[in-house]
Design a binder for this molecule. Sequence first.
Ligand code: NAP
Length: 485
Amino acid sequence: MNESHPAATVTLIPGDGIGPECIAAVRRVIAAAGAEITWEECEAGAAVFRKGDPTGVPRETIDSIQRNGVALKGPLETPVGYGERSANVTLRGVFELYGNIRPTRELPGVQAVFAGRQIDLVVVRENVEDLYAGIEHMQTPGVAQGLKLITRKGCEKIVRLAFEIARSEGRAKVTCSTKSNIMKLTEGLLKRTFEEIAAEYPDIRTEHLIIDNLAHQLVRWPEQYEVIVTTNLNGDIISDLTSGLTGGLGLAASANVGRDVAIFEAVHGSAPGIALRGVANPTALLLSAVMLLRHIGASAAADRIEHAIVVTLEEGRKLTPDLTLQEHAVTTDEYADEIIRNLGRQSPHWRIRERRPLSLAGVSARTPPLRVDRRRVVGVDVFIEAEAGAAELGAALERLTGAELRLKMISNRGTRVYPPFGRQPDCPDHWCCRFVLRAPQGEAHDGLIVDLLGRLSSAGIRWMHVEKLQDFDGVPAFSKAQGET
Ligand code: NAP
């Protein structure tokens, strides 16, 4: 049965491990459901790394995705010893796929701890910022540092996406979850942006939960959540947790969306242990393809496939080994055949969610950077490697401050150690030394900072990096150490 949706060309990346066998099954189901798709098959992943391309994604694949704007992707592996970056992370970065959408919904006939609780939620994970920027430096031979980058623009895009998903799916509540109680500037930026943008969606209830509490609530009362928006690392972990609530990786679908490109993929990886045995469950990839079909306007085919999956699982006559006892299990292909046979049927007990097309009009790539009226540098944090203790280092630095800057304090991994603050922690050789202006209304201009660094170097003190301490419109734009007054 054909439906009237614009014929689409879609980039198809079979991927590694169980990817090609799942993709083959999905293609057959989509064709049988009557969606008109021309597949443009492209390479990425292990084979590409082995050919010597350190990105794992060849130019032709990038061009194909750029041209078509939409891709269905099998899992990609980064083989040990090849490349430093994951091909998945590369694709997300190249196409600015800022939103990772992971729905979790109870499905009939699937054994899961929470079966019967009607879980039906979506995790909307920021997908390109946070610690996943992968900006890391060894500060000393024994101290590693990773940069957690969160932007106002990135927060605005992901928050708007979450609210628009709620609207398109007729959901009543959006939950924002962060670790803003500890990381007030980075995680706090998502919370503040969420609270601001929530005012534009008065029809939707909102709440904020600290991420560890969310993890606890999710394994107690998961049915209370509808849309959860969170930062990249939090979302990575929480969305695997939510996948587990309803039956595991064989069923968990996802979409990576940006302004002009969307890539749909299962949450699972290449599962090398079961690859080439014809036993992988293609449902996760098929449900991802259902999201793709809705994205390109082929909603009728999407609904037919989703109904057929529900009927197949509910009847449970032919299931892959991850869903049933081994002796009753069928192969990936036999399972796909059963879904194809069930196309056109609907369960009398399970409804699928009605959706309006997702609107991303409110998310502009041209949002200008935030500006402030008054900006003042009030000091500098200099990160120093030293084997000496806090008192010895403090005394040495006090002798090197000039007429304009004074040493306010030294902290070690975020806790003030000079002047001493209670019991000294077990300090590694990495110190944050905070210098501030002696005159409160002055400006710590670059010359002062360069002079200070010069004096430190001349005294044989090794510094690794420097952070200016700024005030934006009179508000300090930096965190305080534990115990800093
Ligand atoms: P995984 O491939 O997701 O597999 C973990 C386990 O989940 C498998 O061993 C298997 O369990 C089960 N499983 C996953 N998908 C299944 C399916 N469709 N049907 C039935 N069972 C399924 O995770 P991993 O072993 O950690 O990762 C393997 C490789 O995939 C790594 O190289 C990783 O980097 C990559 N990866 C890629 C992506 C992506 O491309 N988006 C995502 C995650 C991981 P049993 O062993 O119990 O059968």
